[in-house]
Design a binder for this molecule. Sequence first.
Ligand SMILES: [Zn+2]
Length: 142
Amino acid sequence: MPSKLLDALLLAMPLPPVLETWRQHLKNQLPYPVQGAQTLFIGDPTLVIVVFQHDKVEVLLPAIQWRHHDIHTAKPTSQGVITAHNGTLEQLLALVENTIALRLKSFHECSCCGTRSAPETLGSLQGEPVCRHCIKGRRVLF
Ligand SMILES: [Zn+2]
C-alpha cells in the first residue's frame, strides 16, 4: 500500500520551519493546556484540534457523542485548512479562535452549580443537565 507508506514517511519528516513556528506558537501562547505533538489537542476538555501535516494545518472542531455510559467517540469536523504556502499565522489563529468559540457554545450549564461544561461531561438529573462534580455520589444513570 504505497500511499500508506508515503503517509508514514511524511509523518516522520520534520515540519517545515513555518509550520513548526506556528506549532510552537499554539503550544506556548494559548491560554489553554495543550497535548500532543503533530496533532495538538488544545484545552481540557478539548476545545479545538489542530493537525499539522507536511505542508498544511487542519483545524478541527471536537464533536463528542455519547455512546453508552462513559464511552464516547470523537467525531471531529474540519473547520478549515491553512497551507504553509499561502496561509499566515494570523489566519490560523483566527480559525482556532472561531473553532474554540463554536465549541464553547456547545457547552451547557449545570442545573445545580451553574458551571458550564462540555456536553460529553454532563450527566442528566430529571432531564436537567448536571456536571460530574454535582452528580458524584448520586445514583443516577447517565
Ligand atoms: Zn454542577
